[in-house]
Design a protein around this ligand. Structure first.
Ligand SMILES: [Ca+2]
Length: 494
């Protein structure tokens, strides 16, 4: 068999005769030859390109997994996945709320660029999105579950021109009524119902999709976008709720005492959702094993944002504290990255996910993307393309309206520090190394003045680079023509 070369001069297939050929080469040339083969494994023909299975939960904070050290939650399948994955220990959701995360994930852009800096607004149909790049490269593309980028009613049918490159489509804009959950399939505007608990039904659908690609000549990009563990917290199937007793939940030390009882009750339900999803993850991974697709499939597990759940006396997300901004992020790709778990501690931000995934799949990144490619950092564990993540709330709304303490902010999360300004000036500074639960705000503390000065410069330089003027919310709302209610929220029909 003769080895073929593609246009960029890399090999496109490997044969047993290559090993025999090597015997005839000198030692130096043998090294070159091995490098050549290693290279060929990455530059496959479209038919040999990796599949991508992207699992995204809603409101699953980084701390709430067994592998991250949560003393309560049971996530054996994710723990097993983490042991085989690159684990980004400081993955950040830069604008930690639903639609902004999802828009940044799909476009590789920051929220003020793509316009989705609030929930329930429409991501422009002409945005250049991740799935469109995969589709153009010959992939089958699929989305099952939640979208939340249409902004024209949370139960409305979403037309094909607004699906941003997803072909297989079993989607609802947004619901958290997990046991009465609707969706639309493809181009049929008939509202359908997921039987039982929607995450389990959606997982079963994803399993069928994967099985349908066992012998296909086209690779797939499949997003499974679950609604849990987002509130309501007491709605997971009973067998999962039975695992967690509120009284026995150990709380993070930054939950004030007056909230202990509520936090324990919420967390018991939250963890029940997490364990239900963990079983879904287990079934999907088993399907990849059973179909023989595991080696050549990039599996990503992450969430759109975290959850405060009583920490700092706060609930929900949008806030700049770690419980809100930090998300799980596992990347497993056995063929290219091996099967040994590794921790990567440099922050990675939502806009970085698209360019990184495209690079792992050896696809060209569109020049509309603002995020950075972390694939080399994933491969080598060295030289991350940057060592901080920009965090922001361009417009407080909804569950973090002004009456509830909501405010515009910009900040940086480095491996060690969190530094945040609001419109009045420096607001928060934490040394997360000595103060992992962020209980001692060091803003204006004399001992921290040097650190604050450096972080302030880093933030200002970053905002300058992003052409982010850090204006009051109403300027951006007017610029994008959004209509908001008295609470600062874009109204929506459920
Ligand atoms: Ca969300």
């Amino acid at each position: 068999m003769i080895e073929r070369l593609n246009t960029v001069g890399r090999t496109t297939s490997r044969t047993p005769t290559q090993a025999g050929l090597a015997i005839y080469l000198s030692a130096d040339w043998f090294v070159v030859f091995l490098a050549f083969i290693a290279c060929s494994a990455r530059a496959a023909e479209p038919a040999h390109r990796p599949n991508v299975l992207y699992l995204v939960a809603d409101q699953w904070r980084a701390a709430a997994t067994g592998y991250a050290g949560d003393p309560n939650v049971k996530t054996p399948h994710l723990d097993n996945l983490a042991a085989q994955s690159v684990n980004f220990t400081r993955a950040v959701s830069g604008c930690p709320v639903c639609s902004p995360h999802r828009a940044s994930l799909m476009t590789g852009q920051f929220p003020l660029t793509n316009g989705v800096f609030m929930n329930d607004v429409h991501l422009r149909d002409d945005a250049t999105c991740l799935a469109e790049v995969f589709l153009a490269a010959g992939y089958d593309t699929g989305l099952i579950g939640k979208w939340h980028l249409d902004g024209r009613g949370r139960s409305n049918y979403i037309p094909p021109e607004s699906r941003q490159g997803f072909d297989y489509w079993k989607v609802l804009e947004c619901t958290h009524d997990y046991n009465h959950s609707f969706y639309y399939a493809g181009n049929d505007p008939t509202k359908l119902t997921w039987p039982g608990y929607d995450a389990i039904a959606q997982t079963q659908d994803a399993i069928q999709y994967i099985k349908g690609h066992t012998h296909g000549d086209k690779p797939f990009l499949l997003f499974v976008s679950w609604g849990p563990p987002h509130n309501p917290y007491q709605t997971a199937p009973q067998n999962y709720r039975a695992i967690y007793e509120p009284d026995k939940i150990e709380l993070r030390p930054n939950v004030p005492e007056k909230l202990h009882k509520k936090a324990q009750q919420d967390l018991a339900g939250y963890y029940a959702h997490c364990t239900a999803l963990d079983d879904c993850v287990g079934e999907l991974l088993k399907t990849l094993d059973d179909t023989g697709l595991a080696g050549n499939t990039i599996v990503v597990f992450s969430s759109d944002h975290g959850a405060m759940l009583g920490s700092q006396g706060q609930d929900r997300k949008q806030r700049p504290w770690d419980e809100s901004i930090r998300v799980p992020l596992l990347v497993r790709y056995p063929r290219d990255l091996g099967n040994t778990g590794r921790r990567l501690d440099a922050p990675i931000n939502t806009p970085d996910l698209m360019p990184t995934l495209l690079a792992l799949a050896d696809l060209k990144c569109p020049d509309t993307v603002e995020g950075l490619d972390y694939s080399n950092y994933i491969r080598t564990g060295k030289n991350p393309p940057k060592d901080f993540a920009l965090i922001s709330c361009p417009a407080p709304f909804g569950e973090w309206s002004r009456s509830n303490g909501g405010r515009e902010f910009r900040g940086v999360r480095t491996e060690r520090f969190t530094y945040v300004r609001d419109l009045n000036g420096p607001w928060l500074l934490y040394d997360n190394q000595t103060d992992p639960f962020q209980q001692h705000n060091q803003v204006k503390a004399p001992d921290a003045a040097d650190d604050q000065k450096k972080l302030d410069l880093l933030l200002k330089r970053t905002l300058h680079d992003h052409h982010d003027e850090f204006l009051p919310a109403d300027k951006y709302i007017a610029r994008w023509g959004y209509k908001v209610d008295a609470n600062g929220t874009v109204p929506y029909t459920p």
